[in-house]
Write a protein that binds this ligand. Structure first.
Ligand code: MN
Length: 294
């Protein structure tokens, strides 16, 4: 029921033509339905070439990014906010050109460790921009996901319920919450509770371990995660996200603090993750079928 995807950083650190074909062909070979392509620098993605590879290997795509601090739409400075809106529009254009179904990530603030709290005015600025982006994305059949991340990567949305409150403020039916088990493990009072807090507002999901390595080798209770996803009948995309210093993106790896080598064999990692997600989805669905029968 859920489409399964893999983050491009499992394969490659950049998006040259060669890296693009490697990442797309390897994701397709393992049977993933789509690849999530980071667009922190939208100008680095050759959309025509990317679309050609997606069509050649017959898989879909989603796009993710976080805003740089000089383009932070949750700023109180209107010039910075308009730079951020321009960047989101550029990323939306890129998403549309490669036929992406979703654009997600830290679209609502800078992707950085803030040294001060969010402000009411900044939240309102972000909400107004995201309403326009959400409505524009609807015309391209692209859903927008606001990724709730930990306190070291944003000051705006750290929990699922903050995400839902933000959606209410934005007021576009095309903007959803995007949760990530790695971030939830740091910030939420319960993994299942966070998913239930979002319920039908959940539109995108990242599966990541507590140390960002092999699924099942860290501290996250994935049984609880997948049971809660089954309980709310989540039918959206699920992307495996993992990072190791074996594959380096200077932009992304440095902000995320990827200093350790948690794996070297991308293919073994991605094959294992797909099997892990499939087994957990199946087990969770069986749990709920059992409950519904009684
Ligand atoms: Mn994530």
């Amino acid at each position: 029921m859920n489409k399964l995807g893999v983050h491009a950083l499992v394969w490659v650190g950049g998006w040259s033509h060669e890296e693009c074909e490697i990442a797309i062909s390897k994701s397709a070979k393992l049977g993933y339905d789509y690849i999530e392509i980071p667009a922190l620098d939208p100008s680095s993605v050759d959309t025509k070439y990317t679309l050609k590879q997606l069509e050649k290997y017959k898989i879909g795509a989603t796009v993710s990014l976080g805003l740089p601090i000089h383009s932070d739409i949750s700023s109180e400075d209107p010039n910075i906010v308009s730079k951020g809106e321009a960047m989101l529009n550029e990323a939306l254009q890129l998403s549309s050109e490669i036929g992406a179904t979703h654009m997600c990530g830290i679209l609502y603030s800078g992707f950085t460790k803030y040294m001060k709290p969010k402000t009411e005015k900044g939240m309102q600025n972000a909400a107004e921009v995201l309403y326009r982006i959400g409505e524009k994305a609807k015309e391209h059949n692209i859903q927008i996901g606001l990724e709730v991340v930990n306190r070291y990567e944003t000051n705006l949305l750290n929990t699922g319920s903050e995400g839902v409150a933000m959606l209410n403020r934005i007021g576009s039916s095309n903007v959803n919450v995007h949760l990530d088990s790695y971030h939830m493990h740091i910030e939420e009072s319960g993994l299942g509770n966070a998913i239930r807090d979002c319920g039908p507002n959940l539109g995108y999901f990242h599966v990541g371990e507590s140390h960002r390595g092999y699924l099942g080798s860290g501290n996250i209770d994935f049984k609880e995660v997948f049971r809660a996803l089954a309980e709310i009948k989540y039918s959206g995309p699920i992307t495996f996200e993992s990072f190791s210093s074996a594959v380096v993106s200077p932009e992304l790896s440095n902000i995320l603090g990827i200093w350790r080598n948690l794996w070297e064999d991308s293919e073994d990692l991605a094959r294992h993750a797909k099997a892990f997600m499939e087994v957990n989805i199946k087990s969770a669905n069986e749990t709920f079928r059992d409950k519904e029968d009684k």
